[in-house]
Design a protein around this ligand. Structure first.
Ligand code: FAD
Length: 604
């Protein structure tokens, strides 16, 4: 059987879903091949979307016309704005989702995509000569295409560990994908191996919740999707529920220490590196030896399920040790473990081999997105899926493959720039501290930053655009009114809130509280943002000074040998990106800039 598509998306996780959504909505004929279509959009680990910096990324994906924000709003069972006690620049929207309904919602949304076919299968091979020509499934089916987006998550040679017990698989209950790694290596890509882990799941009815502190959601839930925010009144469609906070104890830590020799991370059974910022409980006990308690959060996995996710005790210790740990947590003495925690090791591709469009440098039309690039997390995966989907869509349409987000435009830009300039030594996750322009990259203004761009590339449809422009106009009219009333100076004061403005200036009551709050943030931050904008403008020259991809660094006179090697390996797209490669000094970049200027003069 031979079928023909513009783009084949390999995988139906968070990267694959967003890639297929973007590419098909840009008009490409897309096939998504996935091992089990009923698991498309599955949350492999915690049943939550967003959080610090991650929440901002979901807002950015939505502002560009993506699906993650919509799916989250439709299936969330608790909304919380994290960091609310700090400035709005670092607020992080987070939602607990019903993980079963979330996956079904992603599947429902994908079913509305034009030109998207979803096929069950395992991709074993990608044919390229020299650019992508076809993908071949394990059963021999050949799909011709112009681009392939690999989003295989934790499945390539996935190996799960619970104590000494090792099982091949991408996640519990699902087989590993074995053929594709060898094919990627044969295409000249250098592969690595990383690890991540997940905690035990507990049966709700066996938990004594009275021993835990209740953690309710926000009284007024803030939606992720701007489409919902633009509506005058929005409330979550699903019932909202509580989570609970508890903790471990020194007695539990002693048991963990006594069993470290049975923990795959410590016995040498797992060689690959796990996420330092999302450590297993055994890691926490070893690294923070002086702490006598680590917090745990009990999070419902959905409304119609008994499963409770035990956030904070991710582990690959043997099952009998997990039983002891859980039984010693106050409130869990009778808790039944439905599924033990485990770690999974998987193949990934070092992301120095992709450029900022997520296309591999070696093989034209081959894009990589998600966990395969060394990241961890649904939001990081979705962000990359969207960028890869847009660029593959552009390739299919015969346009330039040049959709790149800058570091000052979006957390998504920071993510990709970090991946291509600093290969991760552990699964990469996004933090606000990674963004130098975080006052600018707020969760409230992602639409102002990105929706016009989404419109230009064709992902923002007429309806979203009409809602965005009407909101944008309302904000600028409201801003003008505040200036007329001289209320903007009053609002700039740190102790003044929007409600104070309405009280003092009755005419401001005509402005909705939603727009008022946005103006409050905008006006309070104006001074900082102007300063930050100056920094951005100063750096802009470096970002727009492009380096030809085929530049022979050996010919650059005066460049240090180490710099030659590094630049040859990373092939940065601009002088700004070259400067961010670890080991490259400002002096190296000056030498390079002089070389490029000379080259340009010689050519004219
Ligand atoms: C055990 C475990 C623990 C985790 N812990 C955390 C955590 O603590 N924090 C965190 O942020 N993230 C965690 N994650 C990671 C999170 O699940 C991923 O970051 C996210 O799901 C990655 O999305 P993705 O789209 O790249 O891949 P996935 O969601 O893994 O999806 C991969 C998709 O590719 C398909 N596929 C794979 N190979 C093939 C093939 N050859 N042919 C066809 N289809 C294929 C699969 O069927 C699947 O649909 C964990 C994941 C696992 C499995």
């Amino acid at each position: 059987m031979n079928r023909d598509y513009d783009i084949v998306v390999i995988g139906g996780g968070h990267a694959g879903a967003e890639a297929a959504w973007a590419a098909s909505r840009l008009g490409a004929r897309v096939a998504m091949i996935t091992l089990d279509p009923s698991r498309i959009g599955q949350m492999s680990c915690n049943p939550a979307i967003g959080g610090l910096a991650k929440g901002q990324m979901v807002r950015e994906i939505d502002a560009l016309g993506g699906l993650m924000g919509i799916a989250t709003d439709n299936t969330a069972i608790q909304f919380r704005m994290l960091n609310r006690s700090k400035g709005p620049a670092v607020w992080g929207p987070r939602a607990q989702a019903d993980k079963y309904k979330y996956a079904l919602e992603v599947q429902r949304l994908l079913a509305t995509c034009p030109n998207l076919e979803i096929l069950r299968g395992e991709v074993a091979q990608i044919e390229a000569n020299p650019a992508v020509q076809a993908v071949v499934l394990a059963d021999g089916t050949r799909l011709t295409c112009r681009a392939a987006i690999v989003t295989t998550g934790t499945f390539l040679h996935g190996l799960m560990h619970t104590g000494q017990r090792q099982t091949e698989g991408g996640r519990v209950g699902e087989a590993a994908a074995k053929g594709l790694s060898a094919c990627l290596a044969a295409l000249g890509l250098e592969l690595g191996r990383l690890k991540t882990g997940t905690p035990p799941r507990l049966r709700r009815q066996t938990i004594d919740f009275s021993a835990f502190e209740v953690q309710p959601g926000d009284d007024i839930p803030a939606p992720f999707s701007y489409l919902n925010e633009y509506r005058s009144a929005w409330s979550p469609p699903l019932m909202q529920v509580n989570c609970w906070i508890g903790g471990t104890s020194e007695q539990i830590h002693q048991i963990i220490r006594a069993n470290l020799h049975r923990a795959p991370m410590y016995s040498g059974q797992i060689q690959s590196t796990g996420p330092r910022y999302c450590p297993s409980i055994e890691d926490k006990v070893v690294r923070f030896a002086d702490k006598t308690r680590h917090q745990i959060f009990l999070e419902p996995e959905g409304l119609d399920t008994d499963e409770i996710y035990c956030n904070g005790i991710s582990t690959s210790l043997p099952a009998d040790v997990q039983d002891q740990i859980v039984a010693l947590i106050p409130g869990l003495q009778n808790a039944r473990i439905l599924r033990h925690g485990y770690a999974v090791e998987y193949d990934m591709v070092w992301p120095t081999q992709i450029d900022s469009t997520l296309q591999t440098k070696r093989v034209g039309g081959l894009f990589l997105a998600g966990q395969i690039n060394g990241t961890s997390g649904y939001e990081e995966a979705a962000a990359q899926g969207q960028i890869a989907g847009i660029n593959a869509g552009r390739l299919a349409a015969g346009k330039n493959v040049d959709f790149i987000l800058r570091r000052d435009q979006a957390y998504m830009g920071v993510l990709v720039d970090d991946l291509v300039t600093k290969p991760p030594t552990e699964p990469y996750r996004m933090f606000t501290s990674r963004a130098e322009h975080r006052l600018h990259l707020r969760s409230d203004n992602a639409d102002q930053r990105l929706t016009p761009l989404g419109r230009d590339i064709g992902l923002v449809d007429d309806s979203r655009w009409a809602q965005f422009t009407s909101r944008r106009d309302a904000i600028s009219q409201a801003h003008a009114l505040l200036k007329d009333l001289s209320a903007d100076d009053f609002l700039r004061r740190s102790e003044v809130q929007w409600s104070d403005v309405v009280e003092k200036y009755p005419q401001a009551a005509a402005i909705t509280s939603e727009i008022g709050r946005r103006l409050e943030i905008q006006i309070k931050y104006e001074g900082y943002i102007v300063r930050q904008q100056r920094d951005i403008d100063r750096m802009a020259g470096m970002e727009t000074k492009l380096i030809p991809p085929a530049l022979d660094y050996a010919s650059v006179v005066g460049l240090r040998n180490e710099a030659r090697q590094k630049l040859g390996k990373f092939t940065p797209r601009s002088l700004g990106q070259a400067l961010r490669i670890s080991g490259i000094t400002p002096a190296d970049v000056t030498v390079l800039a002089i070389h490029l200027d000379r080259r340009q003069r010689a050519a004219t």
